[in-house]
Design a binder for this molecule. Structure first.
Ligand code: ADP
Ligand code: GN1
Ligand code: MG
Length: 374
């Protein structure tokens, strides 16, 4: 085990094959797991790159993760040259290798780093503000899945095993409750009852996955709205980013997680519960964009469970935040004491709003998938 500190960001950036000699480095983005830095060249023409420190406590096999990412980005690049994608501006992230040709650099402190090109004129948002943005996000995630559908599901390694496995997430929650290492269980009696009540319905969807009724495909597994880059003025979708968790999964995880972040009128960690509502127009726009790109290959079972997948993913995120609160905030970055509990409560409120709107949410999928024959 190495205990030395990491070198300065500037020196790490110099390990990668960027042509410029002088550049600035600034922290960037709002992710909960990795650390991102914007690298801007200081020459006449400004070029931007993103340097990321990969959290190796979360991603235990970084070389395997980077191998996945190499495979996925090459596959996407190849397909984008020939495929009939929705927009000629749609692109993929491009990794920049180190001077020795590797996709990552490991520093003297054991930290892992990677570099990618900054997609020009792009921006990402945490919260959706227009139905057009929701539609673009649907097209982007749908296209992403369509482009990956011929990559065999066993062609990639699991970067986090059992990531959206409900049985294992419930087990981790139970273990955290039993051990209660931070002495916080007493605060969350209401949330424990909330989880208990929903266990059967949530486990039933996971059971379908386990039994193979829902096919395994290559999926993204972290389809928050801020993982789509939009063109900064037109808001046309340009790229799906944050490919750390691209691995075998089911499309329901991607649809559901995207809906979780796209229909929410509040922030993911909103403390004022009345701000958390489901915007059905955003849901409809997202579903329309998504189904336009995926209806040709989704199975009837997948389509049937799309509406519920939003509840599944909102529940599992709330459960994971709550588990981390109990565990003493060991997984997600937090900005203040109780942040994970605040996030969990916001997700559970969002879930109850979705439960109230389940019928219209199902009807929208039904309407939009009418011409599907199987
Ligand atoms: P995290 O895992 O921390 O969420 P991301 O890969 O999503 O990391 O990057 C963090 C932020 O950096 C994104 O939300 C986005 O705004 C920006 N970003 C990431 N990749 C690119 C890229 N290739 N071009 C432009 N911006 C990017
Ligand atoms: C984490 O790194 P970031 O912020 O994109 C998490 C996701 C959660 C998300 C909740 C590897 O994603 O699973 O949905 O926070 N990523 C990992 O905001 O656990
Ligand atoms: Mg991200």
């Amino acid at each position: 085990m190495k205990h030395t500190e990491s070198p300065p960001i500037q020196d790490i950036a110099k390990q990668f094959a960027i042509p410029e000699k002088q550049f600035s480095c600034h922290p960037y983005g709002s992710g909960h797991i990795n650390d991102t830095y914007l690298i801007q060249s200081l020459g006449e023409v400004e070029t931007r790159y993103l340097l990321q420190r990969i959290n190796h406590h979360v991603f235990k096999d970084v070389p395997a993760l980077m191998q996945n990412m190499g495979k996925v980005t090459s596959h996407l690049q190849e397909k984008l040259q020939t495929a009939d994608k929705f927009s000629r501006h749609f692109t993929t992230i491009t990794l920049l290798p180190t001077h020795s040709g590797k996709l990552y650099f490991q520093d003297q402190a054991g930290q892992y780093w990677r570099m990618q090109h900054f997609v020009p004129h792009s921006i990402s948002y945490d919260v959706v503000t227009t139905a057009a943005q929701a539609y673009q996000a649907g097209k982007a995630f749908g296209t992403f899945q369509a482009l990956l559908k011929d990559l065999p599901a066993d062609g990639l390694q699991q970067t986090i095993p059992d990531f959206h496995n409900m049985e294992s997430r419930l087990r981790q929650f139970q273990q955290a409750c039993d051990a209660d290492p931070a002495g916080r269980k007493g605060q969350i009696a209401e949330e424990i009852a909330f989880v208990e009540k929903r266990k059967p319905a949530m486990s039933a969807l996971y059971q379908q996955v386990k039994e193979g009724a829902i096919p395994l495909r290559i999926t993204h597994n972290d389809t928050k709205f801020n993982n789509v880059l939009l063109e900064e003025t037109t808001h046309e979708a340009l790229c799906v980013i944050d490919l750390d968790t691209v691995m075998p999964g089911v499309v329901l995880y991607d649809f559901g997680d995207a809906v979780r972040s796209i229909v929410n009128t509040g922030a993911e960690d909103e403390s004022r519960q009345e701000k958390i509502q489901v915007n059905l127009s955003f849901y409809e726009a997202f579903a329309e964009g998504y189904l336009t790109e995926t209806l040709s290959f989704l199975t009837a079972k997948e389509i049937e469970r799309l509406a519920f997948s939003a509840q599944y993913m909102t529940f599992i995120m709330g459960l994971r935040f709550l588990t981390d609160h109990l565990a003493g905030d060991v997984y997600y970055k937090i900005r203040h004491q109780g942040h994970n509990l605040q996030r969990a409560r916001a997700q559970f409120t969002l879930l109850t709003r979705m439960e109230d709107l389940y019928e219209p949410m199902k009807a929208i999928i039904h309407q939009r998938s009418q011409h599907k024959g199987d």
